[in-house]
Ligand binder design. Structure first.
Ligand SMILES: *Cc1c(COP(=O)(O)O)cnc(C)c1O
Ligand SMILES: [Zn+2]
Length: 397
């Protein structure tokens, strides 16, 4: 394959997230061959590339295409994902006397969640590699997004999700023509089932962080936050972390922008706060040293389906982001998420995902504890629309 002619991407290689060993970015990859851990894409960031060059491009995540892994434009499978608005939560910031409270609304993405970013990227790369079908273990939103992008790309889609996931997730997959396999358990049980269903390896497994490019899709949130805030950054970002791909990706974007010279030396990187569901908070437990790691953690289901990830493979990468950024980790109960949904709905006219409600409650708790200050500029990541979760929260307004 001649990878240089018409190549839009500046990708150079993939590096093992633990030992740094280089892997080819020009053939399909999964976990690193050396350590069986996630790979991270590295780009040529030295060649001149001005942020002014992207200002007039389309309002999707593909405006950053030089810094994304798809080599040839014709392989891009897009439904218009990314460049979601950053909203000012004026009513809540007035109520709590906060300097600035922002919310990046990922619920406005295709298929109603930020999973669209990662799956647009993964399915584009699958197309580039000539893959015929994909399979994914999912807590819900990733499966819906994969089904949609596979439909657009003309690929077979097999989605493996917990039986207890609200019907709205399953039915949207069916509308996109996907096969759906239901499993009693959480996403790690779905991962085992997906492996079993794909012993012949005919389908590409696009599990997050096992497939190296969903991370690149999610990192575009970091680029957008900087661009939309005129190349400044908030003091704090609160992110609902399940597998952690977004948390890791946003931080990766900030580092890349520093190398590109897109962020001036005066711009301080935000503190990154990982918010989890109290029912499934492996990262909180490890962060506060109540366990060595999450490899044996037992989680329970939560109304924030996307946070039910008991044994995230990117745990070490997430911990590194929390430590480097001087952030922390917080667990929020399902009952608190309902309160968050009520408050955001009534004051801001937004029906966010329970994951998004959790980050608002976490912000309030950290403000009360003095970990955050009312003078901080605070950005909440709402990762999805509440619409698909209606069955989880019915009547609790
Ligand atoms: C998947 C998901 C999450 C967790 O995302 P990660 O990047 O894997 O941590 C959070 N919120 C929603 C709505 C999700 O679908
Ligand atoms: Zn390694």
């Amino acid at each position: 394959m001649d990878t240089t002619i018409d190549q839009i991407s500046r990708i150079e290689q993939l590096n093992c997230s633990k030992c740094g060993k280089a892997h080819s970015a020009f053939e399909p990859q999964t976990l690193s061959a050396c350590c069986s851990l996630p790979l991270a894409a590295e780009y040529d960031l030295k060649r001149s590339f001005k942020k002014e060059d992207i200002l007039h491009r389309e309002a999707t995540m593909w405006r950053y295409r030089e810094l994304l892994p798809v080599l040839h434009e014709e392989n891009i499978v897009s439904l218009g994902e990314g460049f979601t608005p950053i909203l000012h939560l004026n009513n809540l910031s007035a109520k709590y006397k906060l300097h600035q409270l922002l919310l990046k609304d990922e619920g406005q993405n295709p298929t109603g969640s930020f999973k669209a970013r990662g799956l647009s990227m993964a399915i584009s790369k699958a197309k580039e590699f000539g893959v015929e079908g994909c399979i994914v273990p999912t807590a819900g939103n990733a499966g819906v997004a994969m089904a949609a992008y596979c439909a657009k790309a003309g690929m077979r889609a097999v989605v493996v999700m917990p039986r207890h996931t609200p019907d709205s997730f399953k039915e949207e997959c069916y509308w996109y023509g996907a096969e759906v396999v239901l499993v009693d358990g959480l996403i790690n049980d779905c991962a085992a089932k997906a492996k079993e269903l794909n012993t012949d390896g005919r389908l590409l497994d696009v599990s997050t962080l096992k497939e190296p490019y969903r991370l690149e899709g999610k990192k575009t949130m970091g680029y957008e936050i900087a661009e939309q805030l005129q190349w400044s950054l908030p003091d704090v970002i609160l992110y609902p972390a399940g597998g952690g791909t977004g948390l890791i990706g946003i931080w990766k974007a900030f580092k890349e922008m520093q190398q590109l010279g897109w962020l001036s030396k005066e711009v301080k990187l935000p503190r990154m706060i990982a918010v989890q569901a109290a029912n499934c908070q492996p990262l909180v437990e490890t962060y506060f040293q109540r366990q060595a790691n999450a490899q044996q953690y037992l989680g329970k289901a939560t109304i924030a389906n996307g946070l039910a990830v008991p044994r995230p493979i990117g745990e070490q990468m997430m911990l590194q982001v929390l430590h480097e950024s001087k952030g922390t980790a917080v667990g929020i109960t399902d009952a608190e998420m309902i309160q968050g949904l009520q408050e955001i709905g009534r004051h801001e006219g937004l029906f966010v995902a329970p994951e998004g409600a959790a980050v608002w409650i976490a912000a309030k708790k950290l403000l009360q504890k003095g970990v955050l200050s009312a003078a901080d500029s605070i950005l909440l990541l709402n990762t999805g629309s509440g619409q698909k979760y209606m069955a989880n929260v019915a009547g609790q307004y």
